[in-house]
Design a protein around this ligand. Structure first.
Ligand SMILES: Cc1ncc(COP(=O)(O)O)c(C=O)c1O
Length: 370
């Protein structure tokens, strides 16, 4: 059996036909950028996530840049972020003219901790912090970090590119943030058929500024109150995701099932299955196992030989990227992000993965010997 790491073509029954019919309507109506379907998608997204405001934009990276700008981050401001994230988090800080400082993550939870945030804030005195929620989990100390940032007057942006549908203590993660973002890259839990993203906020002013920034700083058709850029959501992508959103709960059930099965049934002593904190309801974006940097390469060869797709999300710490050197303001490192990067392995957990595929992966992984 061959199982890919991700298969984005497992559409629900009737999904393909509905999207084709709706695309045809958009073509006939000339609704290409904006238009009623973008508004409908934003409303559906707001209702699903329970956020006060949900604004569609071009992609998840733009969403972070919009959030930083709208929340008041300016040129040369210091922004701290975890050393373990996707490069877009780091890149966004540089792209808005601010200076990225990285802090290490926990080797246990793979996320920032309140203690690491406190150390970073005390040492670097940042204007803002980007808290990243990876693997479809939430940083376990999100609520404490939110409270601490508020007390310290540190702007908190939450990068929820991987966290749509994720809950913490029973509440929607993205809705509870002052400002959070997500990505609808096709491989994400709610994927578009191209690039798209969104900003969520509970603050009317941040929502209004985001809306202006993503459309050329427009305050009127040819009135430009701010230097923004073009990050408008296309009507076709909004339509595609509006349809997909109707199936999001089913996707989450299927992805979570795969992650839970791996955690329950993979018993290979060469790896440790890792999951979210018990306060967190994961969306099943990624299954996570940790090996050692020494044992991973041979295991990867074994997975390749057995035609099992895998991920190493993410294989490099931010501070170790060649592109970071010219921009990194400073870092607090205990070597954890680097260790995780070299030890992490992800098994297939896409929506509608079949039970026989999951069983095949579990049996093959359990049969592995170094
Ligand atoms: C944690 C994180 N932040 C930001 C992004 C950027 O999103 P996009 O690729 O839509 O720009 C991603 C997407 O992979 C991500 O995983």
């Amino acid at each position: 059996m061959k199982v890919p790491f991700i298969d984005i073509l497992r559409y629900e029954n009737g999904f393909y036909e509905t999207v084709c019919a709706k695309a045809s309507e958009l073509l006939k109506n000339g609704h290409f950028v904006g238009g009623p379907v973008v508004g409908q998608f934003e409303t559906a997204l707001k209702d699903y996530t329970k956020a006060s405001f949900a604004l569609g934009c071009g992609n998840g990276t733009d969403a972070i840049q919009l959030a930083l700008r709208a929340a008041g981050v300016e040129k040369n401001d210091i922004v701290i972020l975890p050393d373990m994230t996707f490069w877009a988090t780091f890149e966004s800080v540089v792209n808005v003219g601010a200076v990225p400082y990285v802090i290490d993550v926990s080797k246990e939870t793979l996320h920032l901790t309140l203690a690491s945030v406190k150390e970073g804030v005390e040492k670097f005195k940042p204007k803002a912090l980007i808290l990243v929620h990876l693997y479809g989990w939430a940083c376990p100390e999100t609520l404490e970090i939110r409270k601490y940032c508020k007390e310290q007057n540190v702007i908190l942006i939450e990068d929820g590119a991987q966290a749509i549908g994720t809950k913490i203590k029973g509440e929607s993660l993205l809705a509870g943030a002052m400002v959070s973002t997500t990505s609808f890259y096709p491989a994400k839990v709610l994927g578009a058929s191209g690039d798209a993203g969104a900003v969520f906020t509970m603050d009317q002013k941040i929502a209004d500024t985001t809306r202006i920034l993503l459309n050329h700083g427009r305050t009127g058709h040819y009135d430009h109150g701010l230097i923004g850029w073009n990050s408008r959501l296309g009507a076709y992508e909004a339509m595609f995701m509006l349809e997909s959103l109707k199936h999001l709960d089913a996707k989450l059930v299927s992805r979570r099932h795969a992650c839970e099965e791996y955690r329950k049934k993979i018993k290979n002593p060469l790896m440790r299955m890792v999951g979210p904190h018990s306060d967190v309801w994961e969306n099943g974006y990624l299954s996570v196992a940790l090996m050692t940097p020494e044992s991973r390469p041979a295991f990867i060869e074994y997975l390749k030989k057995h035609e099992i797709g895998y991920g190493t999300v993410y294989p490099g710490a931010m501070s170790m990227q060649p592109g970071a050197t010219a921009h990194l303001g400073g870092k607090i490192s205990h070597g954890h992000a680097d260790w995780i990067a070299k030890s992490v392995i992800n098994f297939p957990a896409f929506a509608y993965i079949k039970q026989d595929e999951i069983d095949f992966i579990i049996n093959t992984v359990n049969a592995y010997k170094a």
